[in-house]
Ligand binder design. Structure first.
Ligand SMILES: Nc1ncnc2c1ncn2[C@@H]1O[C@H](COP(=O)(O)OP(=O)(O)OP(=O)(O)O)[C@@H](O)[C@H]1O
Ligand SMILES: [Mg+2]
Length: 412
């Protein structure tokens, strides 16, 4: 139903509509205000957030001088040399606060000796268990040595994850509750998020539990906000592994981006100059499904990589389909190819205005591929989001940056 007013679909704006924007450097919020009867978006200054607790930092903020090729923040989080470095060996990578270190026996107890009955997920780096520790529910990721990645790489990634997450504070970035390094056992402890990952929530079979459009849009907006925060942070941070399983949902379905270090280190080019991603994608399920061609070929981390991966997440949310589907035998179908397929189908049709190709492709995706399990959503919203997905999946130079992506959400 073109022209439907999306404001009829979403509740009227209130002060609660103000979205914290870029809590790091720019510190302003996006807020819908009414001027002369018309709703419009303005960025209003916001006070900077509280810094992380002093005991976690030697300096009050991350140093802004350098950005490594991995987009890593080089700050030390404590003067304390922890057992993590000792067990990994002499390292200048990061010094980790003792305050966040948990006792392994406590984790063994809280997870009932890593009982399979408490297993809530498994990824390329290890298994995730639900644990009750100190009367609170946590998710404990226990890194596994038999992952197809080198163990030394996994250990470095472990440090990066701690370094990043102790440094970053944002409503859409997951909170790290602690870590444990005990002999060859490495665990990361996060607050338990009862709604699991966005991937989990999109793949429910039961239509009663399917996420509404309103929730989907708000999850997309929050996820974009988290990525945009990373991209405008000083120094810039590129997530490098944006995907629906790395977007976790809390009680209120607020999205939290997770898995910072674990993906990143595995993607450094190796001695032969070949990106490790290629090795990883052949072993770790699904990662290739979120990567643009230029990254698969060159292995270079750029902001546009995250924009592209976010475009795939957008398509997952809009269509309710998986980023990668295996269709019997060895045939694999990638959702990221949907835009190209619709584009080529369109080219076969006569009388199409080529100048406006992307809008036509977006309209086709809207008509043919929207998740039929969900109820009605105003067409102007779905069309706008399909168009945004198409733009994010364009070739590198044409992709919008994450600030531009966020601007699309402001109109809803
Ligand atoms: N803090 C958390 N709270 C609740 N569930 C979680 C939490 N962290 C992870 N999970 C669950 O564990 C699953 C596995 O997460 P994990 O990060 O290990 O693997 P992945 O994201 O599928 O793959 P990758 O290893 O490439 O990141 C998630 O999909 C989610 O269901
Ligand atoms: Mg993950």
């Amino acid at each position: 139903m073109p022209g439907t007013d999306s404001r009829a679909f979403f509740p009227a704006p209130s002060l609660a509509d103000c979205w914290p924007w870029n809590v790091g450097g720019l510190a302003h919020s996006v807020c819908r205000v009414r001027v002369g009867g018309a709703a419009r978006s303005e960025r209003l200054p916001l006070p900077l957030p509280e810094p992380p607790p002093k005991h976690l930092l030697t300096s009050s903020t991350c140093p802004s001088e350098s950005i490594s090729s991995a987009g890593s923040c080089n700050s030390s989080v404590s003067n304390t040399r922890s057992s993590v470095q000792e067990s990994i060996g002499p390292s200048s990578i990061v010094e980790v606060s003792k305050q966040l270190e948990w006792n392994f026996n406590e984790l063994v107890h809280g997870t009932n000796n890593f009982s399979p009955s408490l297993l809530i997920g498994e990824g390329g780096f290890g298994c995730v268990y639900k644990a009750t520790l100190r009367n609170t529910e946590y998710a404990v990721k226990r890194l596994k040595q038999d992952s197809e990645l080198e163990w030394s790489t996994v250990k470095k990634s472990f440090l990066t994850e701690i370094e990043k997450l102790t440094c970053l504070r944002h409503p859409n970035i997951i909170d790290l509750a602690g870590y444990c390094a005990h002999g060859e056992e490495y665990c990361l402890i996060y607050l338990y998020l009862p709604n699991g990952s966005l991937e989990d929530r999109l793949n429910v079979k039961d239509s009663f539990q399917t996420l509404s459009w309103q929730k989907r849009v708000s999850i997309l907006q929050g996820s974009a906000c988290g990525i945009q925060f990373l991209h405008t942070y000083q120094p810039t941070i590129i997530h490098g592994d944006v995907k629906s399983s790395n977007i976790l949902l809390d009680q209120a379905l607020t999205p939290k981006l997770g898995d910072f270090g674990l993906a990143r280190f595995s993607r450094y080019a190796n001695d032969a100059g070949k990106s490790r991603t290629l090795a990883r994608t052949s072993t770790v399920r699904g990662t290739l499904a979120y990567l643009p061609d230029e990254y698969v070929k060159m292995g270079k981390l750029t902001r546009e990589l995250d924009t592209y991966s976010f475009g795939v997440v957008l398509l997952e949310v809009l269509t309710g389909r998986k980023a990668m589907e295996c269709q019997g035998g060895s045939q694999t179908k990638y959702l990221k190819d949907l835009v190209k397929k619709e584009e080529s189908d369109l080219e076969d049709e006569a009388g199409i205005d080529k100048g406006n190709k992307l809008s036509h492709v977006a309209a086709r995706i809207c008509q043919r591929h929207l998740d039929h399990r969900v109820g009605y959503c105003p067409a102007d919203i779905t069309k706008e989001l399909c168009l945004l997905a198409c733009r994010c999946l364009e070739r590198q130079k044409k992709r919008p940056n994450m600030v531009e992506v966020m601007d699309v959400f402001i109109i809803f």
